[in-house]
Design a protein around this ligand. Sequence first.
Ligand code: AMP
Length: 510
Amino acid sequence: MRVPLTTRDFLDRAELVYGDRVGIVDEPNQPAPSLGDLTWREVARRGRALQAGLDELRVGVGERVAVVSHNAARLLEVLLAVPSSGRVAVPVNFRLSQEEVRYIVGHCGARVLMVDPELRESLKGVSAEHCLGTGDEYEQLLRFDTEPVPWAEPDEDATATINYTSGTTARPKGVRMTHRNEWVNAVTFGMHMQVSDRDVYLHTLPMFHCNGWGLPYSMAGVGAKQVVLRKVDGAEILRRVEQHGVTVMAGAPAVWNAVLEAAENWDGEIPGRDRVRVIVAGAPPPSRTIARIEAELGWEFNQIYGLTETAPLLTINRPRAEYDDLEPEERAKRLSRAGVPALGNRITTSESGEVLAQGNVVLAGYWENPDATGEALEGGWFHTGDGGSVDEGGYLTISDRKKDVIITGGENVSSIEVEDVVFSHPAVAEVAVIGVPDEKWGEMVTALVVLAPGEQADEAAIIAHCRGTLAGYKVPKRVEFRDELARTATGKIQKFKLRESFWADSDRKI
Ligand code: AMP
């Protein structure tokens, strides 16, 4: 027998087995009316009402529903219920500028656009056939009195979500994730992290980012409670861990640095000691941070590696039994590697040291971009653009980046995109945008600028020029002026040379 693997399975099972239990705890502090505590039965009922509402708008199978929102229960509902009906969910980064969101909504051809009330004003210039806020207007869309039209021919190869990600091109690319991609990621992730109905998951990761790494599906499938956190704040994370008995969280190293900082001023025992498992990815976490998480917080450290293009789980480094008696420093060293392939994945490196991957989590393709798809999947391997090596135990370590991307606070920034904007300043003759090491964010966006003869501009002017066009986190934090930029004989800017002086004192290159 062959039953299509669709994301519908996760919420269906939560409703069937754990219907009476609280499934989602919405954020109390948000501009939309909070949904409070919802049982899994209620989440499923609301999901069907959302599908029936979309039926009434005549949004059909395969059509796109975009949503720009901070973490919220309604965004979770969209992820859990929209793809189940055969429609495609497009969760968009809420930090993007109006121009960037307009591009994404237009590119994916969304018929419905849902916007967080806090972003309504700043995104008022973005439109779609049906625009609604994710508060009262969303509630008015729900149809509790009609059954939704079922997805007539569920197909595991159909697109479930499109996640736009910044890469090596000026415009973001839409990663087309199929139901099968999501299913395999959620199930293998859940298996490797051993999630169960006893777990309580706190959303410290933005849900738009690679669908919250697919964890909303893993957690729903086993009936684990999901607690929504709207804004990352170290002390607030500690409070929620205590209040809700949280056991699992995920995020970039910057999130855990914020928690470590807050823990220094925390009165009494750190909540969740010997109970919490954190999952870290997005940048290579320094082994000192790993040792501190385990010693100062008493939380189990897990590292994964992957990309939006891989759903994301490619490799995982979970503390294995052999690590139990290691000295903390040695243990942290082992955990600082990106890990071994998750079940079903294959990892190798090319001659130039690029990490290549195969597995059922690898994207079907980029939305309406066959050239980029062909390039990414050339030779039957997915090209990650990361540089690394695999040791004799099969553990992957990420040490370099082959692609021109900066990762700051766990979010990708395309250097070219920032360069285009800086270059549009009339005083700029040449520019190179690079990532330089930063204690808090991992990398800091830095622009190296050569001014045109006779022109003048200072750092503040260049930064002000970028604001408004670019999302805040992409705007250079630092601008340095140079007489010239290192170039190859053919005139190509040598980024690795420009980066060298900034990274010389660092034991890593990313
Ligand atoms: P994104 O598609 O936005 O999730 O970003 C994926 C990129 O984040 C990868 O290509 C890597 O450059 C980086 N990344 C993710 N996980 C790790 C990790 N554990 N160590 C180093 N870099 C990572």
